[in-house]
Design a protein around this ligand. Structure first.
Ligand code: NAP
Length: 330
């Protein structure tokens, strides 16, 4: 059993999630990569324990994280049983369904059948009675939104999830989803969109929708899967996500154009006295609509970097302008 650090709540920042009663750590840890059956269990365990020691109370999962799909939830189950037993009430654990999980017409997208069956599987893998947040992982263009939201509503009322979330929904769809939820006397707690210096779509309309409806947000891939760090400045390291056959970042995405920008951003971060990874995290957290940034990590030191980003999280107008200029290729 792990003996968590007694000072774990001393320095982490906790932000209220929209207009709700729940707070999330500014930095959360995602289990998409490096927690699967193909990964080293001891490293996954060490990262989860270290994160908790630093006040990271939120672990983000999904039915399909691995590989193989489902194995990251099994790792979470192992950690909860062997390392963090007794600490369930100090943790926010999320899962999702929305991407292909099993063959046939009921193992994908957004039907009530899929969401409920998938959550039952997730709970079994993690050895849990309930998850704290259950998300619909991506929009389903064919299933009526009323059915998907109805399933999330009933899941929460059954006690198998405490809150409901949506991920990868447009601003417009989020608004419609929240209207349906409200008609059933409930709210969407949180949205999980992709957001980083390289992926700024939420700035156009989603942030306004979140503000208007009091929905929190947790932004994923804030480091653009590692591109917004110093990792790829001298090529593709053998132990990096882009080099791994199971990594979602492909070598062809590490382009000369991107790295030229990364180099300039890294210089700017240095002038601020921090690493690029830290500046990139501070940058996504600058909006008050962003409750948390969910990072991925392949080693314990990367989690330290992320948490230390909070020590220097404000920007001058001039710095923000410089960042916009670099991203625009100036
Ligand atoms: N809802 C959705 O559709 C969706 C989709 C994707 C992800 N997510 C969630 O978001 C989480 C995070 O996504 P992500 O892993 O893409 O996030 P990310 O934070 O953008 O990328 C994580 C990767 O960046 C590198 N890195 C992290 N800290 C570093 C540091 N200090 N210095 C150098 N490199 C560093 C590591 O790569 P190396 O492995 O190369 O060391 C790490 O694996 C996922 O685990 C998942 O929970 C959700």
């Amino acid at each position: 059993m792990h003996q968590p650090d007694e000072k774990r709540y001393d320095s982490m920042k906790y932000n209220r999630c929209g207009r709700s009663g729940v707070k999330l750590p500014a930095i959360s840890l995602g289990f998409w990569h490096n927690f699967g059956g193909v990964d080293t269990l001891e490293n996954s365990r060490a990262m989860a324990r270290h994160a908790f020691d630093l006040g990271i109370t939120h672990f983000d999962l999904a039915n399909n994280y691995g590989p193989p799909p489902g194995s990251a939830e099994e790792t979470m189950g192992y950690i909860l049983k062997n390392d963090l037993r007794g600490y369930r009430d100090e943790l926010i654990i999320s899962s999702k369904a929305g991407y292909g999980m099993w063959p046939g017409p009921y193992g994908d997208w957004g039907s009530r059948k899929f969401l409920v069956a998938s959550l039952h599987q997730s709970l079994k893998r993690m050895g849990l009675d309930y998850v704290d947040i259950f998300y619909h992982h991506r929009p389903d263009p064919e299933t009526p939104l009323e059915e998907t939201m109805g399933a999330l509503h009933d899941i929460v009322h059954s006690g198998k999830a405490l809150y409901a979330g949506v991920s990868n929904y447009s601003a417009e769809l989020t608004k419609s989803a929240e209207e349906i939820m409200r008609s059933m006397g409930m709210h969407i707690l949180i949205h999980q969109p992709k957001y980083s210096m390289f992926e700024r779509w939420i700035e156009d309309s989603l942030l306004k929708e979140l503000r208007d409806d009091g929905i929190g947000s947790i932004v994923f891939s804030p480091l653009a899967q590692g591109l917004l760090t110093d990792r790829y400045l001298d090529g593709i390291p053998a132990d990096s996500r882009a080099a791994k056959p199971t990594g979602f970042l492909r070598p062809e995405q590490v382009t000369g154009e991107k790295i030229a920008k990364v180099r300039k951003l890294s210089e700017l971060a240095k002038a601020r006295g921090q690493k690029l990874a830290q500046m990139a995290l501070a940058w996504v957290l600058r909006h008050r609509e962003v409750t948390s940034a969910v990072i991925g990590a392949s080693r314990v030191g990367q989690i330290d970097d992320a948490v230390n980003a909070l020590q220097n999280a404000s920007f001058t107008a001039e710095e923000l302008k410089k960042i916009d200029g670099i991203l625009a290729g100036k």
